[in-house]
Design a protein around this ligand. Structure first.
Ligand code: SPM
Length: 284
């Protein structure tokens, strides 16, 4: 559930009991029920547009770059030549926008379950949905788990831009899905998935990393700052068949780096150095 009092939207969830993140709203732009979820788009006072799915904030325009850049560029810069990429979820287009900066990419598939999310973001949030304009992008509307089940040895990189592990989306955080990703990538492929927050959901993060380790010989957990996610941080879970995850093998060109606001090669390395409690948690 969420609550709006005196123009303040408070994000309330059983995932973070007893806490709430509040954002001052200027206007509700859209409120619809799709076959999959309740979709609300707000214009906020200070954070630009804000997309809320089933009461949970998915992005604000003000700080979305941190999440989209890290989720996309961490795996991409660890692969020497990522030509074929799959995005599961990510219907707002933000991860596609980042992938389009990689000239080596030849083909991008995106499988998003909810056409309405794509339509809303294309109409109202071009700052993210511009990612769909890249001619290398092929859009598939459907269930990501079914889509990936049909793929064998298809991709260099798979990126999962999911919402939280609640309801049907929980399957994206489970072992069979990681096994399917491993089957869907090439023998030197890399995967990156939305990895929640070790401050807020240590149990989810531990489970996720255990599943990743069961399926990939090289794994890493990275985290970034995102002020409008509860706890202010979000993680990325990474799995690789061959290439190092902690040391990127490529770096942005000067022209590309000038377009990035969060990712650098130094941030890549630093984001995997965890605070003591986080490191202990993932060692356990
Ligand atoms: N492209 C943006 C989609 C956002 N996907 C991740 C959303 C996560 C929202 N909940 C964060 C909870 C933090 N523990």
């Amino acid at each position: 559930m969420n609550m709006i009092v005196d123009g303040w939207f408070s994000e309330i969830s059983d995932m973070w009991p007893g806490r709430a993140l509040s954002i001052k709203i200027r206007e509700k732009l859209l409120d619809i029920q799709s076959p999959f979820q309740h979709i609300v788009l707000y214009e906020t006072e200070n954070c630009g547009k804000m997309l809320v799915l089933d009461d949970i904030i998915q992005f604000t325009e003000d700080d979305e770059f941190a999440y989209q850049e890290m989720l996309a560029h961490l795996p991409m810069f660890c692969h020497p030549n990522p030509e074929r990429v799959l995005v599961i979820g990510g219907g707002d287009g933000g991860v596609l926008r980042e992938l389009s900066l990689h000239e080596c990419v030849k083909h991008i598939d995106i499988c998003e379950i909810d056409q309405a999310v794509v339509d809303v973001c294309r109409k109202y949030v071009p700052s993210l949905s511009c990612g769909f304009d890249d001619p290398r992008v092929n859009v598939h509307i459907g269930d990501g788990i079914e889509f990936i089940g049909r793929c064998t040895d298809c991709y260099d990189v798979i990126i999962v831009d999911s919402s939280d592990p609640v309801g049907p989306g929980i399957k994206l955080f489970e072992d069979p899905f990681y096994r399917a990703m491993r089957k869907a990538i090439h023998s030197d492929g890399i995967i990156a998935t939305q990895g929640e927050s070790f401050f807020m959901h240590s149990d989810v993060v531990c489970d996720l990393m255990r599943i990743a380790r069961n399926n990939f010989p090289i794994t890493a957990y990275s985290y970034m700052m995102v002020p409008t996610y509860p706890g202010g941080t979000l993680g990325v879970c990474l799995g690789s068949m061959r290439y190092s995850l902690s040391e990127p093998c490529r770096k942005p060109t000067a022209a590309m780096q000038a377009k990035l606001r969060y990712y650098t090669s130094d941030i890549h390395r630093a984001s995997m150095v965890l605070p003591a409690f986080g490191a202990r948690l993932l060692e356990a």
